[in-house]
Design a protein around this ligand. Structure first.
Ligand SMILES: [Zn+2]
Length: 339
């Protein structure tokens, strides 16, 4: 019996020592210590042992069981530690590795310019308003003093959707919406996209942006227009910028003018950029036509106002010395990165 126990114990130890994984230990435990295990079968054979030897044999069996259990526990700890070590190793973060750099974009030059213009006018107490890009013919033309069959309508190659609905060809339509609201006085700018069926070239595009401005209050004169736009030009292009107003004709303003600013590149001496004149045309403006006020329900005897419209791309190209408008729309990051 003693020999048999020793044989079982040796066999168990050998199996435990040579086991190579955690679940193998459980198999060994079952095969030696389980209900049908080898050690248990020795206890079952106790009836064949002489009664006086039974306590001795029982003690030996218990010792063997204890030895096997202890060795199993030792081995289990070794396996668990190895698994933990492996896990820690694979999950280690090397804080000295260089990080992944996120490429940060920035605003488009058109957006940079627009925000600058908005800041200037908001600083002067103006509101920034928006209007629909798909517009009634009435708001785009008729309410701006351009009736049907008027030649001024032909000057703008308009995209018509139906006979009465079009893609707005100018942001001036937003003026009419604001005046119709009947809340006076008005101090607003309306930046937005406009559409004309032009061929694409260095200075034309079927879609571009305008910034419309409108002021209506009591006692507004041409002096207010000049002072406001002069201040705008100085803040946008620099304190030394001079402005000049040339008489012009627009349907919805009277009198009307175009405003030139001194060439920022040569300071007015004349260069290639300003074609030798020293001046660059920058916007159209004028006093709101009394008939336009009337059509929107404003009494021209009580209220007067001025309006202006500036091409956003025009001043962006001017500001950044870009000579081709197409560059603004091609979304070539090699170009856009420069601003
Ligand atoms: Zn110049």
């Amino acid at each position: 019996m003693k020999d048999k126990l020793k044989k079982i114990l040796d066999e168990a130890m050998a199996q435990i020592d040579s086991s190579d994984r955690l679940d193998r230990l459980n198999e060994i435990k079952v095969s030696f210590l389980g209900k049908k295990g080898e050690l248990t079968s020795v206890l079952k054979a106790m009836k064949d042992v002489a009664p006086e030897d039974r306590p001795k044999v029982g003690q030996l069996v218990n010792e063997a069981r204890k030895t096997i259990e202890e060795r199993l526990d030792e081995k289990r700890e070794i396996f668990e530690k190895a698994i933990l070590d492996e896990k820690l190793k694979s999950e280690t973060i090397d804080v000295t590795l260089p990080g992944k750099k996120l490429a940060m974009g920035h605003s488009h030059p058109n957006t940079i310019t627009l925000e600058e213009v908005e800041d200037i006018f908001v600083g002067m107490g103006y509101e920034v308003v928006e209007g629909p890009e798909v517009e009634y013919d009435y708001y785009n033309f008729e309410a701006l003093n351009i009736p049907d069959n008027h030649p001024a309508k032909d000057e703008q190659d308009t995209f018509y959707i139906t006979k009465d609905i079009l893609l707005r060809s100018q942001t001036s339509s937003v003026q009419v919406h604001e005046m119709e609201k009947g809340k006076l006085p008005i101090r607003m700018i309306a930046p937005g996209r406009v559409f004309r069926s032009d061929e694409v070239d260095a200075t034309h595009s079927p879609t571009f942006h305008q910034i419309e401005g409108l002021v209506i209050d009591k006692n507004i004169t041409f002096a207010d227009l000049k002072g406001t736009l002069q201040e705008f030009a100085k803040r946008l292009f620099g304190e030394d910028t001079k402005v000049k107003f040339r008489p012009h004709h627009f349907q919805f303003t009277e009198p009307s003018a175009e405003m030139d600013v001194t060439c920022f590149k040569c300071g007015g001496k004349g260069c290639r950029f300003c074609k030798g004149s020293g001046w660059v045309e920058i916007l159209g403006c004028g006093m709101v036509h009394p008939h336009v006020l009337e059509m929107s329900g404003i009494d021209p005897e009580e209220y007067t106002g001025f309006a202006f419209g500036v091409g956003l791309e025009r001043i962006t190209l001017f500001k950044y010395e870009i000579d081709d408008m197409r560059l603004l729309y091609e979304n070539d990051t090699r170009f856009l990165k420069q601003f």
